[in-house]
Design a protein around this ligand. Structure first.
Ligand SMILES: *Cc1c(COP(=O)(O)O)cnc(C)c1O
Length: 378
């Protein structure tokens, strides 16, 4: 096997979907003519309508970003005390709790799915617990049925962070159908994006109404302000970008499926490297392509692989290292102890997000796989 050559230009782990600039300009002209730049104008209305169809959820509230949406999800559900959550996530998940003066209670993850382990959720419940906040990490759904059962038994609310799960379905049911509220992020690193943006899918009509009010300062009408809302509005320019980007998502997912299947075929040959797969009954979002590196079998650690990639101009990501439970602000919590989270602390040393986006060629995937293959031998 030949020694791999570095890429001439950086090969990133993701690239944003960019719609046709002429189409986007057409929408900008409409906005200019309307002189309506925010506050639920025509673009916003059209985007929200189209997203409701794509996500298969009627009670959807589009917002300015996913983090703000999560903060408002806690607020809309009037959570108190403690919320059980995963350390294996992006900072936003846990910070959203802190912004609501809620105490995160870290719970360990399932070694296979890397989502909350239901058996350990039960053990983490106290009389202060008000909710469970799960993350469909890499688009792999949480154990939604078991979590629903636990929530019912203990009268807890359920929030899902579906930042990675745009378009995911479980047994044909859209992901937004599970939990009291599901959050989506429309950040450019996400499959679908609006530049910056996010949204909440709400199960109950009352919570949907509350989230809608909270997005706009709690303003009911010209004379009435009913709650301590905030500005979480998405502007017209971003909504317009979203409408054009949404047109590309179905094709993008098809392209990513082909790339993913190719990665799978190639990586299956390499001992110690395993691709994280979505379960058979799940329609994947194709948000990320993530491998786990078994140092004993592969001969090199994930960190070594990450550095070698860097030396060869391949920019991979160690999502989600460090674990949220190891941040300065959370590590003193009793639930943050490493002994409480052995699976998460071990898994986070093994995962690596590989280059994955529709415009990637199969040849490039082959070059990346050749590198992984070669480094196993030296
Ligand atoms: C991206 C992301 C968020 C935050 O969304 P923003 O729209 O960037 O605020 C939250 N949780 C997870 C798991 C994410 O990946």
């Amino acid at each position: 096997m030949r020694k791999p050559k570095p890429f001439a230009k950086p090969l990133y782990f993701t690239r944003p979907l960019l719609p046709d600039l002429n189409e986007y300009n057409r929408r900008l002209s409409q906005i200019w003519k309307s002189q309506w730049l925010s506050n639920f104008g025509k673009q916003h209305q059209e985007l929200e309508k189209k997203l409701k169809i794509y996500l298969g959820h009627e009670q959807l509230v589009v917002m300015n970003n996913g983090t703000q949406a999560l903060v408002l999800a806690c607020k809309a559900l009037e959570l108190t005390g403690e919320v059980i959550t995963t350390p294996f996530t992006f900072p936003a998940t846990v910070h959203a709790l802190s912004w609501n003066n809620l105490t995160p209670v870290f719970c360990d993850i399932d070694p296979e799915t890397l989502t909350l382990d239901p058996a350990k959720i039960r053990a983490a419940i106290t009389d202060k617990t008000s909710a469970i906040m799960g993350v469909h990490v890499y688009g792999i759904p949480c154990h939604v049925k078991e979590i629903a059962r636990i929530a019912k038994e203990y009268k807890l609310k359920v929030i899902y962070d579906a930042a990675h799960a745009f378009g995911t379905q479980i047994d044909g049911t859209p992901i937004a159908a599970f939990g009291d509220i599901t959050m989506f992020s429309f950040h450019p690193t996400k499959l679908f994006h609006t530049g910056e943006g996010g949204g909440l899918a709400c199960r109950s009509r009352a919570i949907f109404k509350q989230a809608t009010l909270l997005r706009n300062f709690g303003i009911v009408d010209e004379e009435t302000v009913s709650s301590i809302g905030i500005n979480a509005k998405l502007g017209e320019m971003q909504a317009a970008l979203g409408i054009e980007t949404l047109k590309l998502v179905t094709t993008e997912r098809k392209k990513r499926k082909i790339l993913f299947d190719h990665y799978q075929k190639r990586l299956a040959q390499i001992p110690g490297i395993s691709l994280i797969l979505t379960p058979q009954n799940v329609v994947p979002s194709y948000q990320y392509c993530v491998i786990r590196v078994d140092k004993k079998k592969y001969g090199k650690s994930r960190d070594q692989l990450h550095s070698l990639f860097r030396e060869h101009n391949v920019i991979t990501r160690k999502y989600f290292q460090p674990l949220c439970s190891n941040y300065t602000h959370y590590k003193e919590l009793p639930s943050a102890k490493i002994e409480n989270l052995p699976i998460a602390n071990a898994a986070v040393k093994e995962v690596l997000v590989l280059p994955f986006y529709g415009t990637l060629s199969l040849q490039t995937v082959d070059r990346v796989c050749d590198m992984i293959e070669y480094w196993a031998t030296v």
